[in-house]
Design a protein around this ligand. Structure first.
Ligand code: 6PG
Length: 244
């Protein structure tokens, strides 16, 4: 794996602008090369500013007809639930960008964990034209203050993470919905570009431990993200980077 790119921005707004520009550049490259751009969105609060930017000019005209949106993880709640990562993206971006409905590939959070994971695996398989799972052009990820990413939480990894593209997760997690579906490192590491967006002083310890600490992927799941033949980029703000 090539060395990760780590870029530090003055604040969350500058980080979001840079992420929107990187999204556009990757979309243009992907559409020129393959006629479509496949992106997996992360959840949580950090990507909100990015979604808002992408829903406005000049990004609003950004190749949306050729863009396919998935989610790198999702809480197992109905799509209109305030905790739904799909609903957040729908409210801030998808309702404003002219994306064909068929290009929005949400996790069916209204299902039980195993059924939701199986259904999402089938969606990924279909998108990859029956060849296993897609090689995403871009996977967006966040970092929790405990070091988790997507819905890969600290603790001994499930061996299935290296065998299947999607897993159902029912681990308890702080104050957020616990039942989830997540991309696994197997799927994420197949991507052409993985972009972490990390903002805020509360992430400083987890970011420093992940990037500069000992290799401990059980404790720091984001260390499991090592693209096989793709780029790994960290866009962080100064507050999150203060212990780097
Ligand atoms: C989720 C996210 C999760 C998130 C981190 C960071 O569903 O909650 O996918 O992995 O990216 O928890 O969340 P914040 O951006 O809110 O700090």
């Amino acid at each position: 794996m090539a060395e990760p790119e780590v870029t530090i921005f003055a604040d969350a707004a500058a980080l979001a602008r840079a992420a929107a520009s990187r999204w556009l550049a990757l979309a243009e490259t992907a559409v020129a090369a393959r006629g479509r751009f496949s992106v997996a969105l992360s959840g949580g609060s950090t990507p909100r500013a990015l979604f808002e930017l992408l829903g406005q000019p000049p990004f609003a005209a950004a190749l949306w007809a050729q863009t396919h949106v998935f989610w790198s993880d999702e809480r197992l709640v109905p799509p209109d639930d305030p905790g739904s990562n799909y609903r957040q993206a729908q409210d801030l971006l998808l309702s404003r960008a002219p994306l064909p409905a068929a290009n929005v590939h949400r996790v069916h959070g209204e299902l039980d964990p195993q059924a939701a994971a199986e259904a999402y695996t089938k969606q990924l398989h279909a998108f990859a034209a029956g060849r296993g799972w897609p090689r995403f052009d871009l996977v967006l990820l966040g970092l929790g203050s405990d070091g988790h990413t997507a819905s890969l939480f600290p603790g001994e990894p499930d061996p299935a993470e290296q065998r299947v593209p999607v897993l159902a997760v029912t681990a308890d997690y702080q104050d957020r919905p616990a039942r989830r579906v997540t991309f696994t490192p197997l799927l994420i590491n197949a991507a052409r570009h993985v972009l972490f967006l990390v903002s805020g002083a509360d992430k400083a310890n987890a970011l420093a431990a992940t990037l500069r600490g000992p290799h401990d992927p059980a404790r720091y799941p984001a260390q499991r993200i090592r693209p096989v033949d793709g780029a790994l980029t960290w866009f962080v703000d100064q507050a999150a980077a203060r212990r780097l």
